[in-house]
Design a protein around this ligand. Structure first.
Ligand code: UT7
Length: 328
């Protein structure tokens, strides 16, 4: 049995920035409310000519370069997204072609904001099995395409962006490795966060478009409580199964949805905010991309060092959630 480790990370945020002040022109809201209730100040938006695969491509190039590899070294691509370029072909195949990766298995994965952790978990199994040495794992979203900019409860939260990591086979006795993961799904609560139109149950019709039903709908308050509970519980599960406690964790990277969710989760885990990577002030919630973007920024800023214990945790539509522990 082999171990996997993250050999390189990359991220990409589109150029265009939407500030809280800009949102004041679109819906009845204000900078103070958004800042106090979410911690978000600005978010990035894809241009009209940019799709999810474009964001994913830029992040992936950086990750492959950071891993000191060539695109032809990559043997599998897993791309987590809820905003694919189109229904088919998969966005992973678009990225594969553009990067120039040869003869790889490439597919999209849908687990909303937990998507990157689900994808890392799958990649880890293939490395452990010994069949693959280098797997590109991407979280990429152009959420601005599925958000209703007339709905003040959702449009203030979300942004566009992509993050990527190369998961590689670790050398024997390497201190860098994915240690453990625990992923969950609770479909009972699926109705709390939905985009129900555009699939096989409710194909797009003129009526759907007339009613603005092609956008994300969310019960924010209910998700808020669930998010705190499930992320804390997933973290405890992973730690317990490895006989570790929170004070042995160097960095915690949670899904970047709301600073108050992160704060409440930190209190439940009795973990200091100084050791939590937070970047939502300038990214907003980029769904599957939040964790790989935050990880890449923290690595490039020199915060996260090789050999440190890093715990990742997420929740999202599904409702899905999970935690993954690695020694970076
Ligand atoms: O990746 C997962 C995605 N989803 C989430 O993470 C959502 C999690 N939930 C949240 O982040 C928070 O619930 C929100 C930020 C969405 C809302 O914050 P809240 O503190 O739960 O506010 P609330 O829904 O309890 O609303 C409080 C008030 C309401 O007015 P009344 O009824 O008290 O008069 C809302 O109508 O704030 C009003 N409100 C706003 N006011 C100004 C709601 N949205 C806005 C807004 N600007 N954008």
């Amino acid at each position: 049995m082999y171990n996997s480790f993250i050999s390189g990370t990359g991220s990409y945020l589109p150029e265009k920035i939407l500030s809280n002040k800009d949102l004041e022109d679109l819906v009845e809201t204000n900078d103070q409310w958004i800042t106090e209730r979410t911690g978000i100040k600005t978010r990035h938006l894809a241009s009209d000519s940019e799709a999810t695969s474009d964001l994913a491509y830029h992040a992936s190039q950086k990750a492959i370069q950071a891993a000191d590899l060539k695109p032809t070294d990559i043997e599998m691509i897993i791309l987590a997204t809820v905003t694919p370029d189109q229904m088919m072909p998969s966005t992973a195949c678009v990225v594969q072609e553009r990067l120039g990766c040869k003869d790889v298995m490439a597919f999209d994965l849908t687990a909303a904001c937990s998507g990157f952790l689900y994808a890392l978990t799958i990649a880890d199994q293939f490395i452990k099995a010994g069949t693959h040495k280098h797997i590109l794992v991407i979280g990429a979203e152009a959420l601005s395409r599925i958000i209703n900019f007339k709905d003040r409860e959702t449009c203030i939260l979300f942004g566009d962006g992509a993050g990527a990591a190369v998961l590689s086979r670790a050398e024997q006795n390497s201190k860098s490795q994915v240690v453990s993961h625990h992923m969950r799904a609770d479909g009972k609560l699926g109705h709390l966060l939905t985009l129900s139109a555009g699939g096989s149950r409710k194909p797009i019709t003129h009526e759907i478009l007339d009613n603005d039903d092609q956008y994300v709908e969310m019960k924010g308050r209910e998700i808020f409580k669930y998010a705190i509970r499930t992320m804390a519980s997933c973290c405890n599960h992973v730690l317990d199964s490895n006989k570790l406690n929170m004070n042995e964790i160097d960095w915690l990277i949670p899904h970047q949805a709301n600073l108050r969710i992160i704060d409440a989760m930190a209190k439940q885990l009795n973990f200091p905010m100084e050791k939590i990577v937070v970047n939502l002030d300038h990214t907003g919630n980029t769904s599957a991309a939040t964790i790989p973007i935050a990880l890449d920024e923290a690595v490039r800023e020199g915060k996260i060092q090789r050999g440190q214990n890093v715990l990742l945790t997420a929740f999202g539509a599904g409702l899905t959630s999970g935690s993954l522990l690695m020694r970076y």
